[in-house]
Design a protein around this ligand. Sequence first.
Ligand SMILES: Nc1ncnc2c1ncn2[C@@H]1O[C@H](COP(=O)(O)OP(=O)(O)OP(=O)(O)O)[C@@H](O)[C@H]1O
Ligand SMILES: [Mg+2]
Length: 261
Amino acid sequence: MQNSTIQAAPLLEAVELTKVYEDGVKALNNLNLVVREGEIYAMLGGNGAGKTTTINAFLDFIQPTSGKALINGIDANALPLEAKKHVAFVSENVQLYPNFTAMQNLDFFVRLGGKSHYERLDYERALHRVGLQSEAFDRKLKDFSKGMRQKCGIAIAILKDAPAILLDEPTSGLDPKAGKEFTRLVAELRDEGKAILMSTHDIFRAKEIADYVGILNNGELVAEKTKAELEGVNLEELYVEYMAGYMDEAPVSGSLSNNLS
Ligand SMILES: Nc1ncnc2c1ncn2[C@@H]1O[C@H](COP(=O)(O)OP(=O)(O)OP(=O)(O)O)[C@@H](O)[C@H]1O
Ligand SMILES: [Mg+2]
């Protein structure tokens, strides 16, 4: 986390971000959040809370109704090609080519992302780093498990070497070991200075690695806590109380401070 006196420039910033879908569903209502260099921001919230909509606005997959999604200060919906140079994305279901091998997928997508100077050794290093077994490097993805595909996705994100990373439920469906390895990798990338915005349903992992935890409910950010504020707080109970609408602004000390997690 950044020293509070010298704050890095925001790499990902939602400014009054609002999305009303065509059918009238208000998925986001004046969302404001900031992720700076060397920070992980974890978005928690129930199904339909607006987490994917937030990420999709940064990726220009959807147009906000009002407000802005800024990547490195660039409006992601006004200048999407320019903005996307500064961000890498890994979704829950990484969409890669099933008939390409891991190596071929890396080569294709990394070049597509604008990096053409890598050699096989660079791809091997990235796949080793994400923990893909070397015998799988030249196998087609159609035979890969979800976790193995996920590892290829994060390897592509690493090779893109963008300052910001968006992750939509990256550990969903991963076995506990793969989930733990993935979380370690995300923390490493943060420590290298990346700004990471992730959605997750994994409250415990969020508390473990995030510098900021935001709780969304019906498209509104109902709570935002720093790592220090969550010290000694049972985040699961805090989450449940916010989702039930018990609190407008919860005390981080007080009744909840007794629920040591
Ligand atoms: N393309 C769409 N058209 C219309 N409504 C949509 C669309 N995408 C999402 N929504 C609605 O917007 C709201 C927010 O959905 P979103 O996918 O952002 O939630 P989420 O927090 O990612 O949920 P989950 O945890 O289930 O992934 C929901 O009410 C959803 O039904
Ligand atoms: Mg979602």
